[in-house]
Design a protein around this ligand. Sequence first.
Ligand code: TMP
Length: 253
Amino acid sequence: MARRKKIYEGKAKILYEGPEPGTIVQYFKDDATAFNAQKKDVIEGKGVLNNRLSEFFMTGLAQIGVPTHFIKRINMREQLCRSCEIIPLEVIVRNYAAGSMSTRLGIEEGTQLPRPIVEYCYKDDALGDPLVTEEHIAAFGWASQQDMDDILSLALRVNDFLSGVMLAVGIKLVDFKIEIGRVYDGDFQRLIVADEISPDSCRLWDMETGQKLDKDVFRRDLGNLTDAYTEVARRLGVLPKNASPITKPTLIN
Ligand code: TMP
């Protein structure tokens, strides 16, 4: 088979040209980074778990009518996706205070917010993805007012879906980040959920014990990241209930 053309390599994923026009292949690496790549490690099995978990969430979203870039999983580390223009924003939804919001506003981690709060960061590693307002987004033309209405509605629908899925398995969805892509159907453009949804991009706390089951385990040196992601996958039925803590995951096909 001809070597695929690499389109982009990020911190946790590589994008290749897909087999048909308008498609890409998204490859999940085992690399973990935090604090804008100042902290780095290779966590064996993370890419495999995130590939499966992102498939699970994106498929569930499609089932409730939320459009996503996901087409199908190809193998343990790769998925076929629709190519799109990524809007240069990290869209963050928070249900409980944590992380940068707690630091910025002095709110204790775990405090329930009066309602879900949506924040936008400008995607630029050199600047450390700074928080921006809708004024910046409109003035610099990153997204139109119509886009912003659609982005807010997508973000809140993803929040309702993910919160419910997690609640059902005893996990609190503290916050998460999504990225939004633009696709064109002829002259008509619409927005879809792109990138990935995984414990790399969410905060997930066990409802009973408060145990962290997300990338904060790596960011804050709280234990074994693969074990935490395996626990999430197992509870969601993406891994067999009796799977042992893994380095090489045995996944349900
Ligand atoms: P924060 O509290 O550090 O701003 O993170 C908010 C949410 O966004 C949290 O669920 C982790 C996720 N996130 C990413 O997915 N990528 C990033 O680069 C950062 C900083 C956070």
